[in-house]
Design a protein around this ligand. Structure first.
Ligand code: NAD
Ligand code: AHE
Ligand code: ZN
Ligand code: ZN
Length: 375
């Protein structure tokens, strides 16, 4: 197959909100600096649903969505040295080149090398897509497009992992779990004894709870409008629960009253701008830090009284939990293999690519965390 076009199955989003269609797509060989990956397992993340909905200003159609996956390198383009055919890999929507201004800053995990291309659904070298259907070009998504049996990614967007790791599990280390853990460990840097509030107890919020427990937080308050989420969240480290619907007072006031003035750290893991405000305002005066993790729709804006910041609260955000993808995803895989972090516990359903529309339906169900698709 090396050097040749591969025809395989992929789920194509032709238009916003219209059911995905399993199509035969042609996947071109990798060009210089690119890697073609046989995707074996992909999970679904709410960000895929967000872009599919048409609310993502970077959403382009038709496209192949998907960004939380694992697979095996099928072939590499010219000049690619850090991976070779047969390597087990996790595609990384957050690239890491190690050479750009961002990578060298020591201040961020964002990388500037290919972001301009991945934001517009093409590859960097020729600004073209490697996906087509009978000559019609189909856009890439987030530089990963994992809802395809084969995909082409930039070499800076692929992490080589221990081949011992079960790909049907560690595919989750491509997005949701690292995002939650890293929000706590890298972005907030939660210290032992801290009081933490987590808004939204989906995969990302549960990973925040897990990360906070590992960091030694003394109280981990889980907030969700669906009380069915609470029992499960205990297993991930949450110590107490609040359903905002059961209170008349604004949720920030409820939390401030419960915590002698507010929490040390809060995390918004929903993508709702009014909850982002509440998450900031439930922080303790003088030092409380709130981290935005959720992705909010185009046109949405956050607001609060500037006095909240003047009096010492800090508002931050995180992408992929601040992890440097190529260097740190393999370490997360190792941590999973040593049973230092959970992964299996976030997988509630297993299906196949052909059932992808049903899998998206499931994600709206409160019981569902991650659905893993066998390609
Ligand atoms: P999810 O839908 O599984 O979880 C969201 C949870 O929030 C659900 O349990 C829901 O019941 C709860 N909720 C909804 N409205 C609420 C409200 N008003 N108050 C309290 N709880 C409420 O989603 P997920 O997969 O865990 O992802 C969470 C968010 O994180 C999404 O917006 C996703 O796009 C984003 N995300 C961001 C990054 C990043 O790098 N920043 C990475 C992954 C995911
Ligand atoms: N295109 C969207 C932004 C989406 C967004 O914020 N993406 C997160 C990852 S979400 C993963 O589930 C991210 O890492 N952003 C940093 C980046 O470089 O995209 C929009 O709203 O414009
Ligand atoms: Zn995601
Ligand atoms: Zn870089």
């Amino acid at each position: 197959t090396q050097g040749q076009v591969i025809t395989c199955k992929a789920a194509v989003a032709w238009e916003p909100n219209k059911p995905l269609v399993i199509e035969d797509v042609q996947v071109a060989p990798p060009q210089a600096g690119e890697v073609r990956v046989k995707i074996l397992y992909t999970a679904l993340c709410h960000t895929d649903a967000y872009t599919w909905s048409g609310k993502d200003p970077e959403g382009l159609f038709p496209c192949v969505l998907g960004h939380e996956a694992a697979g095996i390198v099928e072939s590499v383009g010219e000049g690619v040295t850090h991976v070779q055919r047969g390597d087990h890999v996790i595609p990384c929507y957050q690239a890491e080149c190690g050479e750009c201004k961002f990578c060298k800053s020591g201040k961020t995990n964002l990388c500037g090398k290919v972001r301009a291309a991945t934001g517009v659904g093409v590859m960097m070298s020729d600004r073209k897509s490697r996906f087509s259907i009978n000559g019609k070009s189909i856009y890439h998504f987030m530089g990963t497009s994992t809802f395809s049996q084969y995909t082409v990614v930039h070499d800076v967007s692929v992490a080589k992992i221990d081949p011992v790791a079960p790909l049907e599990k560690v595919c989750l280390l491509g997005c949701g779990v690292p995002t939650g853990l890293g929000a706590v460990w890298n972005t907030a840097k939660v210290e032992p004894g801290s009081i933490v509030a987590v808004f939204g107890l989906g995969t990302v919020g549960l990973a925040v709870a897990e990360g906070a427990k590992a960091a030694g937080a003394s109280r981990i308050i889980g907030i969700d409008i669906d009380s069915k989420k609470f029992d499960r969240a205990k297993n991930f480290g949450a110590t107490e629960f609040i359903n905002p619907k059961e209170h008349e007072k604004p949720i920030q006031q409820v939390i401030v009253d419960l915590t002698d003035g507010g929490v040390d750290y809060s995390f918004e893991c929903i993508g709702n701008v009014s909850v982002m405000r509440a998450a900031l305002e439930c922080c303790h005066k003088g030092w409380g830090t709130s981290v935005i993790v959720g992705v909010a729709a185009s046109g949405q804006e956050i607001s609060t009284r500037p006095f909240q910041l003047v009096t010492g609260r800090v508002w931050k955000g995180t992408a992929f939990g601040g992890f440097k993808s190529r260097s740190q995803v393999p370490l997360l895989v190792d941590k999973y293999l040593k049973k230092e972090i959970k992964v299996d516990e976030y997988i509630t359903h297993n299906m196949t690519l052909t059932d992808i529309n049903k899998a998206f339906d499931l994600m709206h169900d409160g019981e569902c965390l991650r659905v893993v698709l066998d390609m």
